[in-house]
Design a protein around this ligand. Structure first.
Ligand SMILES: Nc1ncnc2c1ncn2[C@@H]1O[C@H](COP(=O)(O)OP(=O)(O)O)[C@@H](O)[C@H]1O
Ligand SMILES: [Mg+2]
Length: 314
C-alpha cells in the first residue's frame, strides 16, 4: 500500500483572467494531520473544493490513497470524507436519525455496527438520541465528523473546522482529530489562525494569494526556534565595562547597544545567550537579569505573507 492519503501536484485554478490557485503541490501521509494556513481569500477553500471534485481544476493532479481523480474519480471520492461548508442537519431529528438518514443516501454499504462504532468514536453516544437542535456547536461539529467518516474514508478534509468553536471546544476537537489520525486516517484541515495550526498539525503549508509559499513541519519549528535570533537585554552592574569585556573576548560581529548604565542589548541566537553570560561572569561583571524577546513563528508568518517579493522555499 502507498504511504500517502493525498498527493496534490501543480494544482491550479483560473477564473477568467484571475489565478486563484497557482501551482500548489503537497502531500499528506497516512496518520498525518496536514494544515492549509492562510489569510482569508488566500485560496484554501478553492484548493479543497478542487480536491473533493466540487469544482474543476484548471491544471494539476489529485491522487487520493493511490486513486488518481482523473482516472478513478468514483474510487478517489469514496476515499474522502469532507466537511466543506457547514454540515447541515435536521434539527428536529436526533443525531442518530440524521446519521441513519445519511447512511440511507450513501453509496456505500454501512453496517449498523459501523454506525455505532462511529458514534462512539466521535463521543456522541450519550447524546445521539437527543434532537440536533439541542446540540452545542462542538457536538454538531462532531456529528459532522461522524457523517464524514461513516464510510471509512482514508482522507478526512475539514475546511476551517473550528470556526465558531469556543477554546475548550477547539481543544476537544484537536484531540479528536489526533485520535482519528492515530487510527491511520490522513487529515487535511484549513485555518487562518497560525496558533491553531501550530497546535493541531504535524505539518502545514502557508498559502498566500493562491500560492504555496512555505511548508512548515512542527518538528522543524521546534529545532528552528533555537536558531532564531532574539533581542536579548542584559542587566549588569556596569554596561560600559561589560561591553569592553565582551569586545576583548568575542569574535567580531557581536554588536551591543548600550541602553543605560546597567543595561545593554544584543541580537543573538539561543546558544550565544549562555556564552555571553559566561564571558561576563568570567570578567567579574555581575549579571542580574537576562531577558529575551524571541522572534516567533508568528513574526515569520507575517513576514512571509506580507512581503510583496517572492519568497523562496527553504
Ligand atoms: N467562483 C469564484 N469566482 C471568482 N472568484 C472566486 C470564486 N471563488 C473564489 N474566488 C476568489 O478566490 C480567492 C480565494 O478564495 P477562497 O478559496 O475562498 O479563499 P480562502 O478559503 O483561503 O479564504 C478569493 O479572492 C475569492 O474572492
Ligand atoms: Mg475558505
Amino acid at each position: 500500500m502507498n504511504d500517502y492519503g493525498l498527493t496534490v501536484q501543480g494544482l491550479t485554478k483560473k477564473i477568467g483572467s484571475k489565478t486563484i490557485v497557482n501551482d500548489v503541490s503537497f502531500d499528506v501521509k497516512k496518520g498525518e494531520i496536514f494544515g492549509l494556513l492562510g489569510p482569508n481569500g488566500a485560496g484554501k477553500t478553492t484548493i479543497i473544493r478542487m480536491i473533493v471534485g466540487l469544482i474543476n481544476r484548471t491544471a494539476g493532479k489529485v491522487i487520493v490513497n493511490g486513486h488518481d481523480l482523473d482516472v478513478h474519480f468514483t474510487e478517489a471520492l469514496n476515499e474522502i470524507g469532507a466537511i466543506v461548508e457547514n454540515p447541515e442537519f435536521y434539527g428536529y431529528m436526533t443525531g442518530y436519525k440524521n446519521l441513519i438518514h445519511y447512511k440511507r443516501m450513501s453509496q456505500k454499504d454501512i453496517t449498523d455496527e459501523k454506525l455505532q462504532d462511529t458514534i462512539k468514536l466521535v463521543k456522541l453516544d450519550h447524546a445521539v438520541n437527543q434532537k440536533v437542535k439541542t446540540y452545542s456547536l462542538g457536538m454538531r461539529q462532531r456529528l459532522g465528523v461522524a457523517q464524514a467518516i461513516l464510510h471509512t474514508p482514508s482522507l478526512l478534509i475539514l475546511d476551517e473546522p473550528t470556526n465558531g468553536l469556543d477554546p475548550s471546544g477547539i481543544r476537544e476537537f484537536r484531540d479528536h482529530l489526533r485520535m482519528l489520525a492515530n487510527n491511520g486516517i490522513s487529515v487535511l484541515v484549513s485555518s487562518h489562525l497560525l496558533s491553531e495550526m501550530q497546535l493541531m498539525c504535524d505539518r502545514f503549508a502557508i498559502i498566500d494569494k493562491g500560492k504555496l509559499i512555505h511548508i512548515e513541519s512542527m518538528q522543524e519549528t521546534t529545532n528552528m526556534e533555537n536558531d532564531l535570533l532574539r533581542e536579548v537585554t542584559f542587566t549588569t552592574n556596569n554596561s560600559e565595562s561589560a561591553s569592553l569585556a565582551l569586545a576583548s573576548k568575542t569574535k567580531t560581529g557581536l554588536t551591543l547597544e548600550i541602553l543605560n548604565d546597567t543595561q545593554f542589548k544584543a541580537t543573538i541566537d539561543y546558544q550565544s545567550i549562555s556564552e555571553i553570560n559566561k564571558l561576563l561572569v568570567q570578567s567579574d561583571i555581575h549579571v542580574y537579569e537576562i531577558s529575551s524577546v524571541k522572534k516567533t513563528l508568528e513574526d515569520r508568518f507575517m513576514e512571509l505573507t506580507n512581503s510583496e517579493r517572492e519568497v523562496s522555499l527553504r
